[in-house]
Design a protein around this ligand. Structure first.
Ligand SMILES: Cc1cc2nc3c(=O)[nH]c(=O)nc-3n(C[C@H](O)[C@H](O)[C@H](O)COP(=O)(O)OP(=O)(O)OC[C@H]3O[C@@H](n4cnc5c(N)ncnc54)[C@H](O)[C@@H]3O)c2cc1C
Length: 395
Protein backbone atom coordinates (compact mmCIF):
# COMPACT_ATOMS: atom_id res chain seq x y z
CA UNK A 1 0.00 0.00 0.00
CA UNK A 2 1.92 3.07 -1.22
CA UNK A 3 -0.71 5.79 -0.92
CA UNK A 4 -1.80 6.79 2.59
CA UNK A 5 -4.88 4.68 3.38
CA UNK A 6 -8.18 5.57 4.93
CA UNK A 7 -7.93 3.93 8.35
CA UNK A 8 -11.04 2.21 9.69
CA UNK A 9 -11.10 1.41 13.41
CA UNK A 10 -13.27 -1.71 13.86
CA UNK A 11 -13.99 -4.73 11.66
CA UNK A 12 -17.70 -5.16 12.45
CA UNK A 13 -20.43 -4.95 9.81
CA UNK A 14 -20.09 -1.15 9.65
CA UNK A 15 -16.28 -1.11 9.40
CA UNK A 16 -16.15 -3.81 6.73
CA UNK A 17 -19.00 -2.12 4.86
CA UNK A 18 -17.21 1.22 4.64
CA UNK A 19 -13.96 -0.53 3.70
CA UNK A 20 -15.75 -2.13 0.72
CA UNK A 21 -17.49 1.12 -0.23
CA UNK A 22 -14.26 3.14 -0.16
CA UNK A 23 -12.27 0.48 -2.02
CA UNK A 24 -14.96 0.53 -4.72
CA UNK A 25 -14.22 4.26 -5.02
CA UNK A 26 -10.54 3.51 -5.57
CA UNK A 27 -9.33 4.25 -2.04
CA UNK A 28 -6.75 2.18 -0.19
CA UNK A 29 -8.21 1.09 3.18
CA UNK A 30 -6.61 -0.30 6.32
CA UNK A 31 -9.04 -1.90 8.80
CA UNK A 32 -7.70 -2.12 12.36
CA UNK A 33 -9.59 -4.63 14.50
CA UNK A 34 -9.00 -4.95 18.24
CA UNK A 35 -9.91 -8.66 18.50
CA UNK A 36 -7.42 -11.43 17.69
CA UNK A 37 -9.71 -12.59 14.88
CA UNK A 38 -12.46 -11.16 12.74
CA UNK A 39 -15.89 -12.50 13.66
CA UNK A 40 -19.40 -11.81 14.92
CA UNK A 41 -21.39 -13.14 17.85
CA UNK A 42 -23.39 -16.34 17.26
CA UNK A 43 -26.85 -14.87 16.83
CA UNK A 44 -29.24 -13.69 14.15
CA UNK A 45 -29.94 -10.34 12.64
CA UNK A 46 -32.94 -8.96 10.78
CA UNK A 47 -32.29 -7.10 7.55
CA UNK A 48 -34.87 -4.68 6.15
CA UNK A 49 -35.03 -3.79 2.43
CA UNK A 50 -32.90 -0.70 3.14
CA UNK A 51 -30.05 -3.00 4.25
CA UNK A 52 -30.25 -5.02 1.01
CA UNK A 53 -30.04 -1.81 -1.00
CA UNK A 54 -26.83 -0.97 0.91
CA UNK A 55 -25.39 -4.49 0.65
CA UNK A 56 -25.98 -4.48 -3.12
CA UNK A 57 -24.28 -1.12 -3.41
CA UNK A 58 -21.28 -2.41 -1.44
CA UNK A 59 -21.04 -5.45 -3.75
CA UNK A 60 -22.07 -8.11 -1.22
CA UNK A 61 -25.82 -8.26 -1.89
CA UNK A 62 -25.69 -11.63 -3.66
CA UNK A 63 -23.62 -13.19 -0.87
CA UNK A 64 -26.02 -11.85 1.76
CA UNK A 65 -29.00 -13.14 -0.22
CA UNK A 66 -27.45 -16.61 -0.37
CA UNK A 67 -27.16 -16.69 3.44
CA UNK A 68 -30.62 -15.24 4.17
CA UNK A 69 -33.87 -16.87 5.22
CA UNK A 70 -36.82 -15.09 3.62
CA UNK A 71 -39.60 -14.88 6.19
CA UNK A 72 -43.23 -14.64 5.03
CA UNK A 73 -44.30 -12.09 7.59
CA UNK A 74 -43.54 -10.01 10.63
CA UNK A 75 -45.84 -11.48 13.28
CA UNK A 76 -46.81 -9.59 16.46
CA UNK A 77 -48.22 -11.65 19.35
CA UNK A 78 -49.63 -10.73 22.76
CA UNK A 79 -47.42 -12.49 25.32
CA UNK A 80 -50.17 -12.51 27.96
CA UNK A 81 -53.18 -13.70 25.91
CA UNK A 82 -51.28 -15.76 23.27
CA UNK A 83 -53.27 -14.00 20.51
CA UNK A 84 -52.03 -12.87 17.12
CA UNK A 85 -52.17 -9.08 17.19
CA UNK A 86 -50.95 -8.39 13.65
CA UNK A 87 -49.25 -10.00 10.68
CA UNK A 88 -47.38 -7.79 8.21
CA UNK A 89 -46.77 -9.83 5.04
CA UNK A 90 -43.32 -9.33 3.51
CA UNK A 91 -43.85 -11.40 0.34
CA UNK A 92 -44.23 -10.20 -3.26
CA UNK A 93 -46.26 -7.04 -2.60
CA UNK A 94 -43.80 -5.90 0.08
CA UNK A 95 -40.81 -6.61 -2.19
CA UNK A 96 -42.41 -4.79 -5.10
CA UNK A 97 -43.07 -1.76 -2.98
CA UNK A 98 -39.64 -1.56 -1.33
CA UNK A 99 -37.73 -3.17 -4.23
CA UNK A 100 -35.94 -5.53 -1.85
CA UNK A 101 -36.80 -8.34 0.58
CA UNK A 102 -37.06 -8.53 4.35
CA UNK A 103 -34.83 -11.35 5.59
CA UNK A 104 -33.05 -12.82 8.60
CA UNK A 105 -29.48 -14.04 8.58
CA UNK A 106 -26.90 -15.48 10.93
CA UNK A 107 -24.53 -12.65 11.87
CA UNK A 108 -21.46 -14.82 11.46
CA UNK A 109 -22.56 -15.82 7.90
CA UNK A 110 -23.10 -12.22 6.82
CA UNK A 111 -19.86 -11.07 8.44
CA UNK A 112 -17.94 -13.87 6.72
CA UNK A 113 -19.31 -12.84 3.31
CA UNK A 114 -18.05 -9.33 3.99
CA UNK A 115 -14.64 -10.49 5.27
CA UNK A 116 -14.20 -12.63 2.14
CA UNK A 117 -15.15 -9.70 -0.10
CA UNK A 118 -12.58 -7.53 1.72
CA UNK A 119 -9.90 -10.23 1.47
CA UNK A 120 -10.39 -10.55 -2.26
CA UNK A 121 -10.08 -6.79 -2.76
CA UNK A 122 -6.43 -5.78 -3.17
CA UNK A 123 -7.17 -2.24 -1.95
CA UNK A 124 -8.24 -3.47 1.51
CA UNK A 125 -5.88 -4.63 4.26
CA UNK A 126 -7.35 -6.26 7.38
CA UNK A 127 -5.25 -6.20 10.54
CA UNK A 128 -6.30 -7.91 13.79
CA UNK A 129 -4.86 -7.46 17.31
CA UNK A 130 -4.89 -3.74 16.57
CA UNK A 131 -6.75 -1.72 19.20
CA UNK A 132 -7.04 1.96 18.33
CA UNK A 133 -6.60 4.15 21.40
CA UNK A 134 -6.35 7.65 19.93
CA UNK A 135 -5.23 9.87 17.08
CA UNK A 136 -3.67 13.23 16.26
CA UNK A 137 -3.87 15.25 13.06
CA UNK A 138 -1.97 17.93 11.30
CA UNK A 139 -2.16 19.39 7.79
CA UNK A 140 -4.24 16.70 6.15
CA UNK A 141 -2.42 13.81 7.83
CA UNK A 142 -4.00 11.76 10.60
CA UNK A 143 -1.87 9.57 12.85
CA UNK A 144 -3.67 6.73 14.60
CA UNK A 145 -2.24 5.32 17.84
CA UNK A 146 -2.58 1.67 18.78
CA UNK A 147 -2.57 0.01 22.20
CA UNK A 148 0.57 -1.93 21.26
CA UNK A 149 2.51 1.35 21.07
CA UNK A 150 2.66 1.59 17.28
CA UNK A 151 1.19 4.36 15.12
CA UNK A 152 -0.17 4.42 11.56
CA UNK A 153 -0.54 7.42 9.22
CA UNK A 154 -3.64 7.79 7.13
CA UNK A 155 -5.64 10.22 5.06
CA UNK A 156 -8.81 9.84 7.13
CA UNK A 157 -9.91 7.88 10.22
CA UNK A 158 -13.33 6.24 10.35
CA UNK A 159 -14.31 5.26 13.90
CA UNK A 160 -16.44 2.13 13.36
CA UNK A 161 -15.43 0.77 16.75
CA UNK A 162 -18.89 0.20 18.17
CA UNK A 163 -20.76 1.12 21.33
CA UNK A 164 -17.70 1.83 23.50
CA UNK A 165 -15.81 3.62 20.72
CA UNK A 166 -12.36 4.95 21.56
CA UNK A 167 -12.53 7.24 18.51
CA UNK A 168 -15.78 8.75 19.77
CA UNK A 169 -14.14 9.45 23.10
CA UNK A 170 -11.78 11.85 21.29
CA UNK A 171 -14.24 13.15 18.67
CA UNK A 172 -17.13 13.84 21.05
CA UNK A 173 -15.83 13.13 24.56
CA UNK A 174 -19.31 12.43 25.87
CA UNK A 175 -18.46 9.67 28.32
CA UNK A 176 -19.93 6.21 28.64
CA UNK A 177 -23.17 5.02 26.96
CA UNK A 178 -26.56 5.20 28.72
CA UNK A 179 -27.50 1.93 30.42
CA UNK A 180 -31.14 1.26 29.46
CA UNK A 181 -31.85 -1.15 32.31
CA UNK A 182 -33.13 -3.73 29.78
CA UNK A 183 -31.52 -7.19 29.78
CA UNK A 184 -31.45 -9.27 26.61
CA UNK A 185 -30.98 -13.05 26.67
CA UNK A 186 -29.96 -14.85 23.46
CA UNK A 187 -29.93 -18.50 22.40
CA UNK A 188 -29.67 -20.28 19.03
CA UNK A 189 -31.04 -23.84 18.83
CA UNK A 190 -31.57 -26.53 16.15
CA UNK A 191 -34.94 -26.26 14.43
CA UNK A 192 -36.05 -29.75 15.64
CA UNK A 193 -35.99 -28.47 19.21
CA UNK A 194 -38.28 -25.55 18.38
CA UNK A 195 -42.01 -26.22 19.14
CA UNK A 196 -43.95 -27.17 15.98
CA UNK A 197 -46.94 -25.06 17.00
CA UNK A 198 -44.96 -21.81 16.79
CA UNK A 199 -42.38 -22.84 14.19
CA UNK A 200 -43.57 -20.09 11.85
CA UNK A 201 -41.59 -18.79 8.90
CA UNK A 202 -41.87 -15.35 10.42
CA UNK A 203 -39.92 -12.81 12.39
CA UNK A 204 -42.13 -13.11 15.48
CA UNK A 205 -42.31 -10.62 18.34
CA UNK A 206 -44.31 -11.32 21.49
CA UNK A 207 -45.23 -8.13 23.38
CA UNK A 208 -45.73 -8.29 27.14
CA UNK A 209 -45.52 -6.13 30.28
CA UNK A 210 -41.90 -4.88 30.64
CA UNK A 211 -40.72 -7.51 28.17
CA UNK A 212 -40.76 -8.84 24.65
CA UNK A 213 -39.62 -12.06 22.99
CA UNK A 214 -38.37 -12.49 19.42
CA UNK A 215 -37.74 -15.63 17.36
CA UNK A 216 -37.04 -16.46 13.73
CA UNK A 217 -35.42 -19.19 11.63
CA UNK A 218 -31.76 -18.95 10.58
CA UNK A 219 -29.17 -20.65 8.37
CA UNK A 220 -31.38 -22.36 5.78
CA UNK A 221 -34.04 -22.74 8.54
CA UNK A 222 -31.84 -25.32 10.28
CA UNK A 223 -31.60 -23.12 13.39
CA UNK A 224 -33.90 -20.88 15.39
CA UNK A 225 -32.74 -17.61 16.90
CA UNK A 226 -34.32 -16.61 20.23
CA UNK A 227 -33.80 -13.12 21.67
CA UNK A 228 -35.84 -12.18 24.74
CA UNK A 229 -35.71 -8.93 26.64
CA UNK A 230 -36.83 -7.80 30.09
CA UNK A 231 -36.86 -4.26 31.42
CA UNK A 232 -35.51 -5.35 34.81
CA UNK A 233 -33.87 -2.01 35.66
CA UNK A 234 -30.34 -3.36 35.88
CA UNK A 235 -27.63 -0.76 36.36
CA UNK A 236 -24.39 -2.42 35.24
CA UNK A 237 -23.20 -3.09 31.70
CA UNK A 238 -22.99 -6.81 30.83
CA UNK A 239 -22.01 -8.19 27.40
CA UNK A 240 -22.30 -11.85 26.45
CA UNK A 241 -22.27 -13.30 29.99
CA UNK A 242 -23.36 -16.95 30.30
CA UNK A 243 -26.43 -17.23 32.53
CA UNK A 244 -28.48 -20.13 33.87
CA UNK A 245 -31.93 -21.04 32.60
CA UNK A 246 -33.20 -20.33 36.11
CA UNK A 247 -32.03 -16.73 35.85
CA UNK A 248 -33.73 -16.30 32.46
CA UNK A 249 -36.91 -17.97 33.76
CA UNK A 250 -37.13 -15.66 36.76
CA UNK A 251 -37.63 -12.67 34.44
CA UNK A 252 -40.57 -14.11 32.50
CA UNK A 253 -42.80 -15.76 35.11
CA UNK A 254 -45.65 -13.37 34.22
CA UNK A 255 -46.18 -14.39 30.57
CA UNK A 256 -48.39 -17.04 28.87
CA UNK A 257 -47.26 -20.70 28.85
CA UNK A 258 -46.78 -20.73 25.05
CA UNK A 259 -44.10 -18.01 24.80
CA UNK A 260 -42.71 -19.24 28.14
CA UNK A 261 -41.64 -22.43 26.32
CA UNK A 262 -38.96 -20.37 24.57
CA UNK A 263 -37.03 -20.21 27.82
CA UNK A 264 -37.25 -23.95 28.43
CA UNK A 265 -36.09 -24.90 24.93
CA UNK A 266 -33.27 -22.33 24.86
CA UNK A 267 -29.74 -23.53 25.60
CA UNK A 268 -26.49 -21.87 26.49
CA UNK A 269 -28.20 -18.58 27.34
CA UNK A 270 -26.06 -15.43 27.09
CA UNK A 271 -27.01 -12.07 28.53
CA UNK A 272 -26.42 -8.45 27.49
CA UNK A 273 -27.52 -5.29 29.26
CA UNK A 274 -28.60 -2.93 26.49
CA UNK A 275 -27.10 0.52 26.11
CA UNK A 276 -27.65 3.42 23.76
CA UNK A 277 -26.89 7.13 23.62
CA UNK A 278 -28.73 10.36 22.97
CA UNK A 279 -28.23 11.62 19.41
CA UNK A 280 -25.45 14.22 19.08
CA UNK A 281 -24.00 16.35 16.26
CA UNK A 282 -20.34 15.71 17.11
CA UNK A 283 -19.51 13.01 14.59
CA UNK A 284 -16.62 14.79 12.91
CA UNK A 285 -13.29 16.14 14.12
CA UNK A 286 -11.27 17.35 11.12
CA UNK A 287 -10.35 14.12 9.36
CA UNK A 288 -11.83 11.75 11.94
CA UNK A 289 -15.45 10.63 11.59
CA UNK A 290 -17.82 8.21 13.36
CA UNK A 291 -19.95 5.47 11.78
CA UNK A 292 -22.44 2.83 12.96
CA UNK A 293 -22.82 2.20 16.68
CA UNK A 294 -19.87 4.50 17.39
CA UNK A 295 -21.94 7.40 15.99
CA UNK A 296 -25.52 6.51 16.94
CA UNK A 297 -25.89 3.42 19.16
CA UNK A 298 -29.51 2.42 19.49
CA UNK A 299 -31.67 -0.08 21.34
CA UNK A 300 -32.69 -2.96 19.07
CA UNK A 301 -36.45 -2.33 18.97
CA UNK A 302 -36.48 -1.28 15.31
CA UNK A 303 -33.97 -4.08 14.45
CA UNK A 304 -32.06 -1.45 12.50
CA UNK A 305 -28.67 -0.76 14.17
CA UNK A 306 -26.66 -2.79 11.67
CA UNK A 307 -28.89 -1.64 8.80
CA UNK A 308 -28.02 1.95 9.76
CA UNK A 309 -24.29 1.10 9.93
CA UNK A 310 -24.51 -0.31 6.38
CA UNK A 311 -26.37 2.79 5.19
CA UNK A 312 -23.66 4.96 6.80
CA UNK A 313 -21.02 2.95 4.94
CA UNK A 314 -22.72 3.63 1.60
CA UNK A 315 -23.32 7.33 2.30
CA UNK A 316 -19.79 7.97 3.57
CA UNK A 317 -18.05 6.19 0.71
CA UNK A 318 -20.27 7.95 -1.87
CA UNK A 319 -19.57 11.38 -0.42
CA UNK A 320 -15.83 10.78 -0.07
CA UNK A 321 -15.70 9.36 -3.61
CA UNK A 322 -17.62 12.34 -5.00
CA UNK A 323 -15.60 15.00 -3.13
CA UNK A 324 -11.94 14.03 -3.65
CA UNK A 325 -10.88 17.70 -3.40
CA UNK A 326 -12.32 18.35 0.05
CA UNK A 327 -12.60 15.41 2.43
CA UNK A 328 -13.39 17.49 5.48
CA UNK A 329 -16.39 18.96 3.66
CA UNK A 330 -17.41 15.43 2.60
CA UNK A 331 -17.36 14.26 6.23
CA UNK A 332 -19.63 17.10 7.30
CA UNK A 333 -22.02 16.39 4.42
CA UNK A 334 -22.07 12.74 5.50
CA UNK A 335 -22.89 13.74 9.09
CA UNK A 336 -25.67 16.06 7.93
CA UNK A 337 -27.15 13.42 5.64
CA UNK A 338 -27.28 10.76 8.37
CA UNK A 339 -27.96 12.68 11.57
CA UNK A 340 -31.74 13.02 11.64
CA UNK A 341 -32.49 9.58 10.19
CA UNK A 342 -30.30 7.81 12.73
CA UNK A 343 -31.66 10.01 15.55
CA UNK A 344 -35.16 8.90 14.53
CA UNK A 345 -34.05 5.29 15.01
CA UNK A 346 -32.38 6.01 18.38
CA UNK A 347 -35.29 7.97 19.84
CA UNK A 348 -37.96 5.86 18.12
CA UNK A 349 -36.43 2.62 19.43
CA UNK A 350 -36.72 3.79 23.02
CA UNK A 351 -40.35 4.75 22.42
CA UNK A 352 -41.18 1.47 20.68
CA UNK A 353 -39.77 -0.48 23.61
CA UNK A 354 -41.12 1.50 26.55
CA UNK A 355 -44.39 2.81 25.10
CA UNK A 356 -45.48 0.07 22.73
CA UNK A 357 -43.95 -3.42 23.08
CA UNK A 358 -43.59 -3.40 26.88
CA UNK A 359 -46.89 -1.86 28.01
CA UNK A 360 -49.52 -3.37 30.28
CA UNK A 361 -53.27 -3.10 31.08
CA UNK A 362 -55.44 -0.74 29.04
CA UNK A 363 -52.36 0.59 27.27
CA UNK A 364 -51.75 -2.88 25.82
CA UNK A 365 -55.43 -3.21 24.79
CA UNK A 366 -55.12 0.13 22.98
CA UNK A 367 -51.91 -1.03 21.28
CA UNK A 368 -53.54 -4.28 20.16
CA UNK A 369 -56.63 -2.51 18.85
CA UNK A 370 -54.57 -0.06 16.81
CA UNK A 371 -52.26 -2.75 15.43
CA UNK A 372 -54.96 -5.27 14.57
CA UNK A 373 -57.01 -2.57 12.82
CA UNK A 374 -54.30 -1.59 10.34
CA UNK A 375 -54.30 -2.90 6.75
CA UNK A 376 -51.15 -4.18 5.04
CA UNK A 377 -51.05 -1.01 2.93
CA UNK A 378 -51.30 1.15 6.04
CA UNK A 379 -48.33 -0.72 7.54
CA UNK A 380 -46.34 -0.30 4.34
CA UNK A 381 -47.06 3.45 4.24
CA UNK A 382 -46.10 3.69 7.90
CA UNK A 383 -42.76 2.00 7.13
CA UNK A 384 -42.01 3.86 3.88
CA UNK A 385 -39.54 6.31 5.51
CA UNK A 386 -37.57 3.39 6.90
CA UNK A 387 -37.57 0.68 4.23
CA UNK A 388 -37.96 2.89 1.15
CA UNK A 389 -34.71 4.78 1.83
CA UNK A 390 -31.71 4.44 -0.49
CA UNK A 391 -28.47 5.52 1.12
CA UNK A 392 -26.71 5.69 -2.27
CA UNK A 393 -28.84 8.68 -3.32
CA UNK A 394 -27.06 10.90 -0.80
CA UNK A 395 -25.50 14.05 -2.29
C1 LIG B 1 -30.03 -7.81 21.05
C2 LIG B 1 -29.68 -7.07 19.79
C3 LIG B 1 -30.36 -7.36 18.62
C4 LIG B 1 -30.07 -6.65 17.46
N1 LIG B 1 -30.75 -6.95 16.33
C5 LIG B 1 -30.51 -6.24 15.22
C6 LIG B 1 -31.23 -6.53 14.02
O1 LIG B 1 -32.07 -7.44 13.99
N2 LIG B 1 -30.97 -5.76 12.92
C7 LIG B 1 -30.05 -4.76 12.92
O2 LIG B 1 -29.86 -4.10 11.88
N3 LIG B 1 -29.35 -4.47 14.05
C8 LIG B 1 -29.55 -5.18 15.18
N4 LIG B 1 -28.83 -4.90 16.30
C9 LIG B 1 -27.83 -3.82 16.28
C10 LIG B 1 -26.52 -4.25 15.65
O3 LIG B 1 -26.03 -5.40 16.30
C11 LIG B 1 -25.47 -3.14 15.76
O4 LIG B 1 -26.04 -1.89 15.49
C12 LIG B 1 -24.34 -3.37 14.74
O5 LIG B 1 -23.69 -4.59 15.01
C13 LIG B 1 -23.33 -2.22 14.80
O6 LIG B 1 -22.27 -2.49 13.91
P1 LIG B 1 -20.90 -1.67 14.06
O7 LIG B 1 -20.01 -2.22 13.00
O8 LIG B 1 -21.17 -0.21 14.08
O9 LIG B 1 -20.34 -2.02 15.50
P2 LIG B 1 -19.88 -3.43 16.10
O10 LIG B 1 -20.64 -4.54 15.50
O11 LIG B 1 -19.90 -3.27 17.58
O12 LIG B 1 -18.37 -3.59 15.62
C14 LIG B 1 -17.33 -2.84 16.21
C15 LIG B 1 -16.02 -3.55 15.93
O13 LIG B 1 -14.96 -2.73 16.41
C16 LIG B 1 -14.06 -3.49 17.20
N5 LIG B 1 -13.46 -2.55 18.14
C17 LIG B 1 -13.97 -2.05 19.28
N6 LIG B 1 -13.12 -1.16 19.84
C18 LIG B 1 -12.05 -1.09 19.01
C19 LIG B 1 -10.85 -0.33 19.03
N7 LIG B 1 -10.61 0.55 20.01
N8 LIG B 1 -9.95 -0.50 18.03
C20 LIG B 1 -10.19 -1.39 17.02
N9 LIG B 1 -11.32 -2.13 16.96
C21 LIG B 1 -12.25 -1.97 17.93
C22 LIG B 1 -14.92 -4.56 17.84
O14 LIG B 1 -14.16 -5.68 18.25
C23 LIG B 1 -15.89 -4.88 16.69
O15 LIG B 1 -15.35 -5.84 15.81
C24 LIG B 1 -29.09 -5.60 17.47
C25 LIG B 1 -28.40 -5.32 18.65
C26 LIG B 1 -28.70 -6.04 19.81
C27 LIG B 1 -27.97 -5.70 21.06
Amino acid sequence: MNERPVIVAGGGLGGLGVALGLANKGKAVLVLEKAPQLGEIGAGIQLGPNAFHSLDHLGVGQGARRQAVYVDKLRFMDAITNEVVADIPVGDRFRERFQNPYAVVHRADLHKEMVNACKSNSRIQLQVNSEVIGYSQDNGLITVNLANGSAVDGELLVGADGLHSAVREKVAGDGTPRVSGHSTFRSVIPVEQFPQAIRWNAATLWMGPSCHLVHYPLSGSKLFNIVITKDNKVKDVVAGKSVSKEEVRSNFSHIHEVPKQLIEIGEDWKMWVLCDRDPIRDWVDGRAVLLGDAAHPTLQYYAQGACMALEDAVALSELIGNNPEDYEEALLKYRDSRLVRTARIQIGSRQLGDNWFHVDGVHSSLRNEIMSGMSDEEYYSHLQWLYGYKASLVS
